[in-house]
Write a protein that binds this ligand. Structure first.
Ligand SMILES: C[S@@+](CC[C@H](N)C(=O)[O-])C[C@H]1O[C@@H](n2cnc3c(N)ncnc32)[C@H](O)[C@@H]1O
Length: 324
């Protein structure tokens, strides 16, 4: 049987919703379309208690999970302070975040009350960044296409928001089941291929290949296991995972806005903001963050949908548990 999408009350968060949005927008300000997506992810994740021992598979630089857990950075800090290869972002689809400076040291204004036991990622630079947050007890370099380097039943909570990045996804799901304790929870936030409906691809004839390449920047190439809801649920079933709950939390409207966003001009924006005098950056950032806190508020609603007919969901959070 397919999972139904539930609708129950979200438990009280640490901060007010506005304060939480500000923390995320402050960290991801130059890509506002990513900021609201992160807020949607965090709000969905708030439904699930993160019971220790916990692991964050593909934790990246750890900033998302740190903020989700209630961490706060000083206002001047954001993920764009430590980037490289800005000139190659549009031409070679370089990952500008795959870089860490010796002196990378995010200024922490408030530590989360609870951290996570373990984080993993395939990129050592991102793990080095995550280490500086002091949020994970342990960080492990790992490619999710390989066997996970943990004992059977090692974690009560397994979280991953990058499952659709994994080529050998069926093996990965079996591995996620293996490392989850009996009765534990595996939380996967997975994109659905309905996202393709909300790109400008259907206008390729008018817009041209170069336009779509600049707007897309190779996104879909990094998501080899993107599929529809029914296929995700078949995969979970085959891996021996039962669905406890499924929450759709991103609509076609969110995806459409995100599709264009500021992606093509982000490298120039980042370069500009990182070249100007610090006090000017601070001033501009403050006004920018204030503006986007207001502009993005409606987009932090997981049900916002401006299409006449309700659109298919684009991302679903699954709470799974190992079948006995
Ligand atoms: C969209 S980012 C999400 C990072 C982090 N979870 C967050 O929310 O900010 C996707 C992450 O998956 C990682 N990744 C991609 N392929 C991977 C693989 N085969 N094994 C492990 N991690 C991988 C990338 O390095 C990146 O950190």
């Amino acid at each position: 049987m397919r999972a139904t999408v539930n609708d129950t009350t979200i438990p009280a968060p640490i901060d007010s919703a506005k304060e939480k949005h500000r923390r995320f927008i402050n960290a991801y300000w130059l890509r506002p379309e990513n900021a609201f997506w992160m807020v949607l992810r965090s709000n969905a994740l708030s439904r699930v208690p993160v019971v220790a021992p916990s692991v964050d598979l593909s934790c990246g630089d750890g900033v998302f999970s740190f903020l989700h857990a209630g961490g706060r950075f000083a206002p001047d800090f954001d993920v764009f302070s430590a980037v490289a290869n800005l000139d190659l972002a549009n031409t070679e689809h370089a990952d500008i975040f795959d870089h860490v400076d010796e002196d990378y040291d995010p200024p922490i204004a408030r530590r989360p009350r609870v951290g996570m036991d373990c984080g993993t990622d395939v990129k050592p630079t991102l793990l080095a960044k995550a280490a500086r947050l002091g949020f994970y007890d342990k960080l492990v370099h790992h490619d999710n296409n390989e066997r996970l380097p943990f004992e059977d039943g090692a974690f009560k909570t397994v979280y991953c928001n990058a499952t659709y990045w994994v080529l050998e996804v069926d093996d990965f799901l079996r591995e996620a089941k293996r490392i989850c304790a009996p009765g534990g929870t595996i939380v996967l936030q997975v994109k659905l291929d309905a996202i393709r409906q909300f790109t400008l691809e259907k206008h390729r004839g008018l817009l041209g290949d170069r336009f779509l390449d600049l707007v897309g920047r190779g996104r879909f190439d990094t998501w080899p296991s993107l599929c529809d809801q029914s296929m995700w649920e078949d995969r979970f079933d085959s891996a021996g995972l039962d669905i406890r709950r499924a929450d759709a939390f991103v609509t076609g409207t969110h995806a459409h806005v995100w599709d264009v966003g500021l992606r093509p001009i982000a490298p120039m924006l980042i370069k500009t903001m990182n070249s100007i005098l610090p006090h000017l950056r601070t001033e501009i950032k403050r006004d920018w963050v204030d503006l986007f806190c207001e502009l993005l508020e409606p987009f932090c609603n997981p049900e916002l949908d401006l299409f006449t007919d309700p659109s298919d969901p684009v991302e679903i959070q699954y709470e799974l548990t190992p079948r006995n």
